[in-house]
Write a protein that binds this ligand. Sequence first.
Ligand SMILES: *Cc1c(COP(=O)(O)O)cnc(C)c1O
Length: 455
Amino acid sequence: MKTIIEPFRIKSVEPIRMTTRAEREEKLRDTHYNLFGLRSEDVLIDLLTDSGTGAMSSQQWAAMMRGDESYAGSPSFERFKAAIQNLMPFEHIIPVHQGRAAEAILFSILGGKGRNIPNNTHFDTTRGNIEASGAMAHDLVIDEGRDPASLHPFKGNMDLAKLHEYMCEKGDSVPCVMTTITNNAGGGQPVSLENIQATAKIAHEFGKPFIIDGCRFAENAWFIKQREPGQADRSISDIVRDCFACADGMTMSAKKDGFANIGGWLALNDGDLADRARNRLIQTEGFPTYGGLAGRDLEAIAQGLTEIVDEEYLRYRIRTNEYIITKLDALGLPVVKPAGGHAVFIDARQWLSHIDPLGFPGQALACGLYKTGGIRSCEIGSVMFGRQPNGQEIPAAMELVRLAFPRRTYTQSHADYIIEVFGEIAEEKQSYRGFRIAWEADTMRHFSCRFEPLK
Ligand SMILES: *Cc1c(COP(=O)(O)O)cnc(C)c1O
């Protein structure tokens, strides 16, 4: 059959509230044009993030009842650990309340002044945690990954020549080499298995641990199966196992491909490092058999990990993005191609080319989507990455707007509505103006900064 249907039926629903354009304009003024400040009741379709916003299955809700809330030695932890080790063969599994807690623990040990940490592209919380430790974070993605129009099948790949040069130059100050799958900040783009293995090889040549930020490991494996020679007939689980077999550790947000609303883990092979991480965990998150989580959360994740590698689910998941991108492309929108895993990305620098990059064209488009259609999206550009540790403003490599899709939450008619909203915006985009930032926090300013519209 040509029609790819949502591979589930709906058992429980959440009503969404319609609002008028005038109401939405008022909400924008009230929140200083920062969409993180909106109440979710005032959002019609919430594509701010795919993090923790998905729908759990009936099996996950059932598993939560089995959650054992013992402080130490809970069997829920054993099930959590076994579900992870079934896919990612690491020795030590350390539960945390979400991905950034794993990062904070890891870089409290591996970070510090004078250290340098390469990645294909650091996610914003990863960069934030590295920089907060005093270390420097560097992005070494291939050039195609910075070109929204490039059709390279693995735009998240690490530039291996650049990494090798980097290691020759800075190797002594590098505590670990990282790769993020899929590459979130760079467009939700996949990393090939071959590239993951080659990156591990370089790290190991220089005697450094290789750590995978694995937040979207299942989506990445789906792309490997579809696009990498020799992988088409392999199961998603086998591909996932290969991706992690060459790594020495991983950080994970279970709010992504853990199919859960909260949770994450840090996994390590090195016993010494794991002991230090557990000590830190006890200080900041909790005892090592629950981290920052309830026993029922551990159960939801354990069950989620068995569902996320389902091919019918992944086919529907990735198809949603392709469907929207194809239609937006036909409308003449500059979309990041090919479709990434969890989100549709619009190149706002090109679509709103009359707005200077440091006037934040991505923020202008994100506000336009809310004003016109009640859709909440997220700027991934100079608001998020423009300010340097020394206070200087440098335009980001790309000015993207991300429409991130919660897992198993919206249907095709929601997608059709989103496409229609873009059509409306196309009619009036020349009247859009940029923004200036009137107030900002010291780190990760995009969550709370206040904007003022430029005249
Ligand atoms: C979400 C995310 C994180 C951080 O995880 P949280 O659960 O939000 O703290 C780290 N890396 C990537 C690639 C992510 O997408």
